[in-house]
Ligand binder design. Structure first.
Ligand SMILES: C[S@@+](CC[C@H](N)C(=O)[O-])C[C@H]1O[C@@H](n2cnc3c(N)ncnc32)[C@H](O)[C@@H]1O
Length: 349
């Protein structure tokens, strides 16, 4: 008997559409699920194919050369990889795509940006409508680190985001990094990157299925940790919940407020601009988290200890949660809509 566990595993490790194909002939629920998965994968593939054509046309018109646009991305994800010559071509492509409605996943200025251009190998832009499209602009890193030590000393995204160094001093960054690592190891300094992850929206068609999983009903208080453009808050408020979102990016927080005001449900929604780490969740019935899995693992113990009995926490992601995660989720569900799919992990207090 085929279980949804098998399908969830395939979401994590590979092309779930292939697994679904094996299941369509199986009777009962797995076959229904398999058909839904195939339809969702078809919709995702159609969308990303359309986006690929659109993006390539924009870049061609602007004279930005793209070396290749391999069509090998997993069918279940809205991610498209374009290979470009170098960092400056990627930046040029990014500017063109921003004009076409994409948003850069991260921005740096001054020395951090120079360091990024020297050390990084990819740049990502995202467009979040009903469906999400992620475009990864990838190039061969000039200063590819050869040894393990060189890799450890290379600045990370968190470093570019948190360290304010004059341009010249970025050259001596390896020394700063060693000091940071030592200070963190001996507890003199804590990692200060306030970002829990970039903005990537939950596909609209998955919002209600996810809220159904945790029985979100009228009167419940739903908290979204990193609420982005407020789409989950809107879906929760539309079913009569009180919705509270924390968002550190003021532009997104404002977009979320505007969204619920436009929908006429602003009175049931509060959007707080600021850092969601360490916020009190004692009033929450449901906490929603859509963040990278390593971040979820890190936040989990604190989030769960602040939850009152009966409250539920739901985290969704297509990637597997890290090994050694504690506590393990009480439930795992594959969530499929006509246009998207994800895996939801639920903890119940
Ligand atoms: C993956 S998005 C999820 C958006 C939304 N919850 C959804 O499901 O559509 C993560 C969001 O968390 C926000 N974020 C990152 N770090 C944060 C922090 N420390 N406090 C509050 N929000 C944060 C990001 O700006 C981003 O909008």
């Amino acid at each position: 008997m085929v279980s949804t566990e098998v399908l969830i595993e395939r979401v994590h490790t590979g092309d779930v559409a292939v697994a679904a194909l094996d299941l369509v002939d199986v009777g009962g629920n797995p076959a229904v699920m398999a058909r839904a998965i195939l339809l969702a994968c078809e919709a995702i593939t159609a969308k990303i194919t359309e986006t690929r054509a659109e993006v390539l046309a924009h870049l061609e018109r602007a004279g930005v050369p793209v070396d290749s646009a391999p069509a090998t991305d997993l069918q279940q994800r809205h991610t498209l990889t374009l290979e470009v010559a170098d960092a400056s071509t990627a930046m040029q492509a990014e500017r063109v795509l921003v004009e076409a409605g994409f948003e850069p996943w991260a921005t740096w200025t001054g020395g951090a940006r120079r360091s990024f251009e020297h050390h990084a190998g990819q740049r990502t832009v995202v467009r979040s409508g009903d469906a999400t499209s992620v475009v990864r602009l990838q190039w061969q890193r000039q200063a590819a680190p050869s040894s393990g030590i060189a890799r450890v000393l290379r600045p990370t995204e968190a470093d570019w985001a948190t360290i304010e160094l004059p341009t010249l001093l970025w050259r001596s960054y390896p020394v700063v990094r060693v000091l940071r690592l030592v200070a963190e190891r001996v507890g003199l300094r804590h990692r200060q990157n306030a970002s829990l992850g970039p903005f990537l929206s939950t596909p609209v068609s998955l919002l209600n299925p996810l809220l159904d999983l945790v029985d979100a009903t009228s009167g419940d208080t739903v908290v979204d940790i990193g609420c982005g453009d407020g789409r989950l808050l809107e879906a929760a408020a539309r079913r009569g919940c009180v919705a509270v979102g924390f968002e550190r990016d003021p532009v997104l927080a404002e977009r979320a407020r505007q969204r619920v005001t436009d929908a006429g449900i602003g009175n049931r929604v509060t959007v707080i601009t600021g850092d969601a780490r360490g916020v009190g969740l004692d009033d929450a019935d449901i906490v929603f988290v859509f963040l990278p899995t390593d971040v979820v693992a890190r936040l989990l113990p604190d989030l769960l200890t602040t939850l009152r009995p009966g409250a539920r926490l739901v985290a969704h992601e297509q990637n597997r949660l890290p090994a050694g995660l504690h506590p393990l989720p009480d439930e795992r569900h594959m969530v499929v809509s006509e246009q998207a799919l994800t895996v939801a992990h639920v903890w119940r207090r």
